[in-house]
Design a protein around this ligand. Structure first.
Ligand SMILES: Nc1ncnc2c1ncn2[C@@H]1O[C@H](COP(=O)(O)OP(=O)(O)OP(=O)(O)O)[C@@H](O)[C@H]1O
Length: 289
Protein backbone atom coordinates (compact mmCIF):
# COMPACT_ATOMS: atom_id res chain seq x y z
CA UNK A 1 0.00 0.00 0.00
CA UNK A 2 2.89 2.39 0.69
CA UNK A 3 3.44 2.83 -3.07
CA UNK A 4 0.01 4.46 -3.37
CA UNK A 5 0.43 8.13 -2.67
CA UNK A 6 -2.70 9.86 -1.46
CA UNK A 7 -3.40 13.49 -0.63
CA UNK A 8 -6.44 14.08 1.56
CA UNK A 9 -7.84 17.59 2.07
CA UNK A 10 -4.37 19.01 1.55
CA UNK A 11 -3.77 22.73 1.90
CA UNK A 12 -0.53 24.69 1.61
CA UNK A 13 0.23 28.30 2.28
CA UNK A 14 3.54 30.03 2.76
CA UNK A 15 3.84 31.92 6.04
CA UNK A 16 1.23 31.96 8.77
CA UNK A 17 -0.88 34.63 7.17
CA UNK A 18 -0.01 33.97 3.55
CA UNK A 19 -2.81 33.28 1.09
CA UNK A 20 -3.72 29.62 0.56
CA UNK A 21 -1.95 28.40 -2.61
CA UNK A 22 -3.70 25.02 -2.45
CA UNK A 23 -6.69 24.03 -0.36
CA UNK A 24 -8.92 20.96 -0.08
CA UNK A 25 -6.83 18.94 -2.54
CA UNK A 26 -7.67 15.22 -2.78
CA UNK A 27 -5.53 13.21 -5.15
CA UNK A 28 -4.47 9.57 -5.48
CA UNK A 29 -1.42 8.59 -7.50
CA UNK A 30 -1.68 4.94 -8.48
CA UNK A 31 1.31 2.80 -9.59
CA UNK A 32 1.59 2.36 -13.36
CA UNK A 33 -0.21 5.60 -14.23
CA UNK A 34 0.75 8.84 -15.93
CA UNK A 35 -0.76 12.05 -14.52
CA UNK A 36 -0.55 15.51 -16.05
CA UNK A 37 -0.97 18.67 -13.97
CA UNK A 38 -1.96 21.87 -15.77
CA UNK A 39 -2.74 25.39 -14.66
CA UNK A 40 -1.96 29.03 -15.36
CA UNK A 41 1.32 30.58 -14.14
CA UNK A 42 1.64 30.87 -10.39
CA UNK A 43 -1.43 28.75 -9.61
CA UNK A 44 0.49 26.23 -7.49
CA UNK A 45 1.61 23.44 -9.83
CA UNK A 46 5.18 23.36 -8.50
CA UNK A 47 3.85 23.58 -4.95
CA UNK A 48 1.72 20.50 -5.63
CA UNK A 49 4.63 18.61 -7.22
CA UNK A 50 6.91 19.36 -4.24
CA UNK A 51 4.20 17.99 -1.94
CA UNK A 52 3.89 14.85 -4.09
CA UNK A 53 7.67 14.41 -4.00
CA UNK A 54 7.48 14.79 -0.18
CA UNK A 55 10.00 17.63 -0.34
CA UNK A 56 7.47 19.90 1.31
CA UNK A 57 4.78 19.23 3.90
CA UNK A 58 1.17 20.39 3.75
CA UNK A 59 0.00 23.18 6.06
CA UNK A 60 -3.18 21.16 6.61
CA UNK A 61 -4.49 17.80 5.48
CA UNK A 62 -2.69 14.50 5.11
CA UNK A 63 -0.33 12.78 2.72
CA UNK A 64 0.02 9.01 2.98
CA UNK A 65 2.17 6.55 1.03
CA UNK A 66 5.91 6.54 0.55
CA UNK A 67 6.86 5.38 -2.95
CA UNK A 68 10.58 5.67 -3.75
CA UNK A 69 10.47 9.05 -5.42
CA UNK A 70 12.68 11.01 -7.78
CA UNK A 71 12.05 14.62 -8.73
CA UNK A 72 13.22 16.95 -11.48
CA UNK A 73 12.79 20.50 -10.18
CA UNK A 74 11.84 23.43 -12.38
CA UNK A 75 15.23 24.99 -11.61
CA UNK A 76 18.08 22.56 -11.19
CA UNK A 77 21.04 23.75 -9.05
CA UNK A 78 23.75 23.21 -11.64
CA UNK A 79 26.69 24.99 -9.95
CA UNK A 80 27.69 21.91 -7.98
CA UNK A 81 31.32 20.94 -7.31
CA UNK A 82 31.18 17.66 -9.24
CA UNK A 83 31.57 16.36 -12.75
CA UNK A 84 28.34 15.18 -14.39
CA UNK A 85 29.25 11.50 -13.94
CA UNK A 86 30.58 12.09 -10.42
CA UNK A 87 27.38 13.82 -9.37
CA UNK A 88 25.16 11.11 -10.86
CA UNK A 89 27.20 8.36 -9.22
CA UNK A 90 26.85 10.06 -5.82
CA UNK A 91 23.14 10.53 -6.33
CA UNK A 92 22.80 6.87 -7.35
CA UNK A 93 24.38 5.78 -4.07
CA UNK A 94 22.04 8.14 -2.19
CA UNK A 95 19.16 6.35 -3.95
CA UNK A 96 20.51 3.05 -2.61
CA UNK A 97 22.59 1.73 -5.52
CA UNK A 98 26.06 0.31 -4.94
CA UNK A 99 28.83 2.58 -6.21
CA UNK A 100 29.51 0.30 -9.18
CA UNK A 101 25.81 0.11 -10.15
CA UNK A 102 25.44 3.87 -9.70
CA UNK A 103 28.44 4.54 -11.96
CA UNK A 104 27.06 2.10 -14.54
CA UNK A 105 23.57 3.66 -14.42
CA UNK A 106 25.10 7.14 -14.69
CA UNK A 107 26.90 6.07 -17.87
CA UNK A 108 23.77 4.49 -19.35
CA UNK A 109 21.59 7.57 -18.74
CA UNK A 110 24.21 10.07 -19.93
CA UNK A 111 24.52 7.99 -23.10
CA UNK A 112 20.75 7.81 -23.60
CA UNK A 113 20.45 11.58 -23.34
CA UNK A 114 23.38 12.17 -25.71
CA UNK A 115 25.52 13.53 -22.87
CA UNK A 116 28.22 10.85 -22.63
CA UNK A 117 30.68 13.33 -24.18
CA UNK A 118 30.54 15.56 -21.12
CA UNK A 119 30.50 12.92 -18.40
CA UNK A 120 33.80 14.32 -17.10
CA UNK A 121 32.83 18.00 -17.39
CA UNK A 122 32.36 19.94 -14.13
CA UNK A 123 28.67 20.66 -13.61
CA UNK A 124 29.31 24.40 -13.34
CA UNK A 125 30.65 24.40 -16.91
CA UNK A 126 27.70 22.61 -18.50
CA UNK A 127 25.32 24.45 -20.83
CA UNK A 128 21.68 24.88 -19.76
CA UNK A 129 20.74 21.88 -21.93
CA UNK A 130 23.65 19.81 -20.62
CA UNK A 131 22.76 20.47 -17.02
CA UNK A 132 19.09 19.68 -17.71
CA UNK A 133 20.18 16.28 -19.06
CA UNK A 134 21.96 15.65 -15.76
CA UNK A 135 18.86 16.81 -13.87
CA UNK A 136 16.73 14.29 -15.74
CA UNK A 137 19.33 11.50 -15.52
CA UNK A 138 19.60 11.85 -11.72
CA UNK A 139 15.87 11.22 -11.44
CA UNK A 140 15.85 8.16 -13.69
CA UNK A 141 18.99 6.50 -12.29
CA UNK A 142 17.41 4.28 -9.68
CA UNK A 143 14.11 3.28 -11.34
CA UNK A 144 11.90 5.34 -9.00
CA UNK A 145 8.41 4.13 -8.08
CA UNK A 146 7.22 7.72 -8.45
CA UNK A 147 8.79 10.14 -10.91
CA UNK A 148 7.82 13.82 -10.55
CA UNK A 149 8.75 16.05 -13.48
CA UNK A 150 8.41 19.83 -13.21
CA UNK A 151 8.92 21.26 -16.73
CA UNK A 152 11.66 18.64 -17.17
CA UNK A 153 11.65 18.90 -20.98
CA UNK A 154 12.57 22.61 -20.93
CA UNK A 155 16.07 23.17 -22.27
CA UNK A 156 16.49 19.67 -23.75
CA UNK A 157 17.26 19.20 -27.44
CA UNK A 158 14.76 17.30 -29.64
CA UNK A 159 16.51 13.93 -29.29
CA UNK A 160 16.70 14.24 -25.50
CA UNK A 161 13.05 15.35 -25.33
CA UNK A 162 12.04 12.21 -27.23
CA UNK A 163 14.28 10.09 -24.99
CA UNK A 164 12.60 11.50 -21.88
CA UNK A 165 9.19 10.63 -23.34
CA UNK A 166 10.46 7.08 -23.88
CA UNK A 167 11.80 6.95 -20.33
CA UNK A 168 8.38 8.03 -19.02
CA UNK A 169 6.66 5.28 -21.06
CA UNK A 170 9.16 2.76 -19.69
CA UNK A 171 8.55 3.85 -16.10
CA UNK A 172 4.78 3.46 -16.32
CA UNK A 173 5.15 0.16 -18.23
CA UNK A 174 7.35 -1.07 -15.37
CA UNK A 175 4.61 -0.21 -12.86
CA UNK A 176 5.95 3.17 -11.75
CA UNK A 177 3.83 6.30 -11.49
CA UNK A 178 4.79 9.51 -13.29
CA UNK A 179 3.38 12.97 -12.58
CA UNK A 180 4.39 15.86 -14.81
CA UNK A 181 3.87 19.54 -15.55
CA UNK A 182 4.81 20.85 -18.99
CA UNK A 183 3.94 24.07 -20.79
CA UNK A 184 3.61 22.24 -24.14
CA UNK A 185 0.08 20.82 -24.44
CA UNK A 186 1.37 18.29 -27.01
CA UNK A 187 3.76 16.75 -24.50
CA UNK A 188 2.79 13.05 -24.19
CA UNK A 189 -0.56 13.96 -25.75
CA UNK A 190 -3.06 11.17 -25.43
CA UNK A 191 -0.90 9.22 -22.99
CA UNK A 192 -1.93 10.54 -19.54
CA UNK A 193 -4.36 8.43 -17.56
CA UNK A 194 -5.55 11.61 -15.87
CA UNK A 195 -5.13 15.34 -16.32
CA UNK A 196 -5.83 17.79 -13.50
CA UNK A 197 -5.96 21.57 -13.62
CA UNK A 198 -5.04 23.71 -10.65
CA UNK A 199 -7.73 26.40 -10.40
CA UNK A 200 -8.32 28.73 -7.45
CA UNK A 201 -6.23 26.51 -5.19
CA UNK A 202 -8.25 23.40 -6.01
CA UNK A 203 -7.72 20.52 -8.38
CA UNK A 204 -10.20 19.85 -11.18
CA UNK A 205 -10.03 16.64 -13.16
CA UNK A 206 -10.17 17.10 -16.89
CA UNK A 207 -11.62 14.10 -18.61
CA UNK A 208 -12.79 15.30 -22.01
CA UNK A 209 -9.36 15.70 -23.56
CA UNK A 210 -7.97 12.49 -22.12
CA UNK A 211 -10.83 10.48 -23.55
CA UNK A 212 -9.87 9.18 -27.00
CA UNK A 213 -11.77 10.87 -29.81
CA UNK A 214 -14.59 8.58 -30.84
CA UNK A 215 -13.97 6.96 -34.19
CA UNK A 216 -10.48 8.40 -34.81
CA UNK A 217 -8.41 5.24 -34.52
CA UNK A 218 -5.35 3.79 -36.19
CA UNK A 219 -4.47 0.14 -36.77
CA UNK A 220 -0.85 -0.76 -36.12
CA UNK A 221 0.48 -4.15 -37.17
CA UNK A 222 3.72 -5.03 -35.39
CA UNK A 223 5.87 -8.06 -34.87
CA UNK A 224 8.03 -8.71 -31.82
CA UNK A 225 11.15 -10.79 -31.38
CA UNK A 226 10.44 -14.57 -31.28
CA UNK A 227 8.45 -15.46 -28.19
CA UNK A 228 8.19 -11.85 -26.94
CA UNK A 229 4.99 -10.73 -25.26
CA UNK A 230 3.38 -7.47 -26.25
CA UNK A 231 5.00 -4.73 -24.08
CA UNK A 232 2.64 -3.90 -21.20
CA UNK A 233 2.62 -0.19 -22.07
CA UNK A 234 1.58 -0.99 -25.67
CA UNK A 235 -1.24 -3.20 -24.41
CA UNK A 236 -2.38 -0.39 -22.12
CA UNK A 237 -2.43 2.18 -24.94
CA UNK A 238 -4.38 0.01 -27.39
CA UNK A 239 -8.16 -0.26 -27.27
CA UNK A 240 -7.93 -3.74 -28.79
CA UNK A 241 -5.11 -6.14 -29.58
CA UNK A 242 -5.27 -9.41 -31.47
CA UNK A 243 -2.59 -11.85 -32.51
CA UNK A 244 -2.15 -12.45 -36.21
CA UNK A 245 -0.29 -15.24 -37.98
CA UNK A 246 3.51 -15.57 -37.51
CA UNK A 247 3.67 -13.79 -34.15
CA UNK A 248 2.24 -10.49 -35.38
CA UNK A 249 -0.09 -8.26 -33.38
CA UNK A 250 -2.84 -6.03 -34.77
CA UNK A 251 -3.37 -3.11 -32.38
CA UNK A 252 -6.19 -0.62 -32.64
CA UNK A 253 -5.31 2.63 -30.92
CA UNK A 254 -6.96 6.07 -30.66
CA UNK A 255 -5.20 8.25 -33.26
CA UNK A 256 -4.08 10.67 -30.54
CA UNK A 257 -2.09 7.86 -28.91
CA UNK A 258 -0.62 6.26 -32.02
CA UNK A 259 2.69 8.19 -31.79
CA UNK A 260 3.21 7.08 -28.22
CA UNK A 261 2.33 3.49 -29.14
CA UNK A 262 4.81 3.48 -32.04
CA UNK A 263 7.53 4.91 -29.81
CA UNK A 264 6.78 2.28 -27.18
CA UNK A 265 7.12 -0.53 -29.73
CA UNK A 266 10.20 0.85 -31.44
CA UNK A 267 12.03 1.50 -28.19
CA UNK A 268 11.07 -1.77 -26.50
CA UNK A 269 14.08 -3.87 -25.54
CA UNK A 270 14.52 -5.65 -27.90
CA UNK A 271 12.61 -3.38 -30.31
CA UNK A 272 9.49 -4.44 -32.19
CA UNK A 273 9.17 -4.26 -35.94
CA UNK A 274 6.28 -2.07 -37.11
CA UNK A 275 4.83 -3.70 -40.25
CA UNK A 276 2.12 -1.15 -41.07
CA UNK A 277 0.14 1.80 -39.74
CA UNK A 278 -3.22 2.69 -41.27
CA UNK A 279 -6.38 4.56 -40.30
CA UNK A 280 -8.95 2.20 -38.82
CA UNK A 281 -11.87 1.55 -41.18
CA UNK A 282 -15.08 3.23 -40.04
CA UNK A 283 -17.13 0.82 -37.94
CA UNK A 284 -19.92 -0.90 -39.86
CA UNK A 285 -23.34 -0.07 -38.46
CA UNK A 286 -25.16 -3.07 -37.05
CA UNK A 287 -27.87 -4.32 -39.37
CA UNK A 288 -30.99 -5.89 -38.00
CA UNK A 289 -32.74 -8.70 -39.80
N1 LIG B 1 8.77 29.14 -1.09
C1 LIG B 1 7.77 30.01 -1.31
N2 LIG B 1 7.58 31.05 -0.47
C2 LIG B 1 6.56 31.93 -0.65
N3 LIG B 1 5.71 31.86 -1.68
C3 LIG B 1 5.85 30.86 -2.56
C4 LIG B 1 6.90 29.89 -2.42
N4 LIG B 1 6.79 28.99 -3.45
C5 LIG B 1 5.74 29.41 -4.20
N5 LIG B 1 5.19 30.51 -3.66
C6 LIG B 1 4.01 31.22 -4.18
O1 LIG B 1 2.98 30.27 -4.34
C7 LIG B 1 2.25 30.52 -5.53
C8 LIG B 1 2.28 29.29 -6.42
O2 LIG B 1 3.61 29.08 -6.87
P1 LIG B 1 4.03 27.80 -7.72
O3 LIG B 1 5.48 27.97 -8.07
O4 LIG B 1 3.63 26.58 -6.99
O5 LIG B 1 3.11 27.98 -9.00
P2 LIG B 1 3.25 27.36 -10.47
O6 LIG B 1 1.86 27.10 -10.95
O7 LIG B 1 4.21 26.22 -10.46
O8 LIG B 1 3.87 28.59 -11.26
P3 LIG B 1 4.69 28.61 -12.65
O9 LIG B 1 3.76 28.11 -13.71
O10 LIG B 1 4.99 30.05 -12.84
O11 LIG B 1 5.90 27.75 -12.47
C9 LIG B 1 2.88 31.74 -6.18
O12 LIG B 1 2.15 32.87 -5.79
C10 LIG B 1 4.26 31.78 -5.58
O13 LIG B 1 4.75 33.08 -5.50
Amino acid sequence: MHRHLRLTAVGRRYGVRGPWVLRGVDLAIVPGTLTRIEGANGTGKSTLLRLLARLDAPTEGRITGRPRTAYVPERFPSALPFTAAGYLTRLGTVHGLSRASAARAAGVWLERFGAAGYAGTPMARLSKGGSQKVAVAQALLADPELLVLDEAWTGLDAAARAELERAVAERTAAGGAVVFVDHDPRRLAGAPDATYIVVDGGLERRTAVDAPAAGACAVVVARGPAGARLPAEAARLAVSAEETAHGGHRLTVPAARSDVLLRTLLTARPPWHVVSVAPAPPSIPETRP
